[in-house]
Design a binder for this molecule. Structure first.
Ligand code: NAD
Length: 260
């Protein structure tokens, strides 16, 4: 006996797919059978990723997206649905961070983080959900196959960490956003859940792990290690699948025990 999850016939839209977790999420969903829409600002990197996914036998499409620009969000989602098909799965992954003490945070730092992590994530989900809702309400009973929205929050949204105050505040907003969306959209078979990753080695922090401070931090972690992007694969595929229909509004830590 074995257990497998198949996303064939599904369309997944991944924001911030040009690097790090987003790129890995796209490869993983493609590997599970979904057609993936790679949405971000750095088109050249998205094209390289598309070639890699196609080389692995997957179906990938490139679309420009700046999540801080509402017109760009609307255009990207419309473009994706015209070119690839109705979006079944949204991975709301684009995110940014800044590092400084609270007393040094400028208005620009604050706006930069909140415009992407909170306002951007909200309006991407809203744009996708409007279309899912229209299908859910218009569909003959039993024909809407359900929507899945996976918000990428952070352990910093649950546990405050020094020198990344605005980032932690923004990810706490993503946690509440997830629950608000789950509450209002769940009855239309749109499940909204959040993943709170712990420290994962990606472009955003790779150099930090080589420094003395980075090594010190690793030594303070429960298992003295940081994760790899693929460590989130199983959880991602589960939340993207129809098998997770009973999971809605969950905020799931994937942090190697850091938050306990
Ligand atoms: P990353 O910097 O490699 O990825 C972030 C992606 O978001 C990049 O591709 C970037 O281009 C994109 N992006 C930023 N602003 C954008 C905008 N305005 N429009 C479109 N795309 C934009 O870092 P990552 O580690 O892969 O982070 C991915 C997500 O995971 C983020 O939301 C981050 O907060 C979260 N996260 C990461 C970690 C970690 O340790 N790496 C831990 C917890 C949460």
């Amino acid at each position: 006996m074995s257990y497998s999850i198949d996303l064939s016939g599904r369309v997944a839209f991944i924001t911030g797919a040009s690097s790090g977790l987003g790129a890995q999420f796209a490869r993983t969903l493609a590997c599970a059978g979904a057609a993936v829409v790679l949405a971000a600002r750095r088109i050249d990197q998205l094209k390289d990723l598309r070639a890699r996914i196609e080389g692995e036998g997957g179906d990938a499409h490139v679309i420009g997206l700046d999540v801080t620009d509402l017109a760009s969000i609307r255009a990207a989602v419309a473009h994706a649905e015209t070119e690839v098909g109705s979006i079944d799965i949204l991975v709301n992954n684009a995110g940014v961070s800044t590092t400084q003490r609270l007393q040094d945070v400028t208005e620009d730092d604050f706006d930069y983080v909140f415009a992407t992590n909170v306002k951007g994530a909200f309006f991407v989900a809203q744009e996708v959900a409007k279309r899912m809702l229209a299908r859910a309400k218009g569909a003959a009973p039993g024909t809407f196959t359900g929507g899945r929205i996976i918000n990428i929050a952070s352990m910093a949204g649950l546990k405050v960490l020094a020198q990344i105050g605005p980032y932690a505040m923004s990810k706490a907003a993503v946690v509440q956003m997830t629950k608000a969306m789950a509450l209002e959209w769940g009855r239309f078979e749109i499940n909204v859940n959040a993943i709170c990753p712990g420290y994962i080695d990606t472009e955003i922090n790779h150099l930090h792990w080589q420094t003395e401070q980075g090594q010190k931090l690793i030594n303070m972690l429960p298992r003295k290690r940081v994760g790899k992007p693929e460590d989130l694969d199983a959880l991602l595929v589960l939340l993207a699948s129809s098998e997770s229909h009973f999971i809605n509004g969950a905020v799931i830590a994937a942090d190697d025990g850091f938050g306990v």
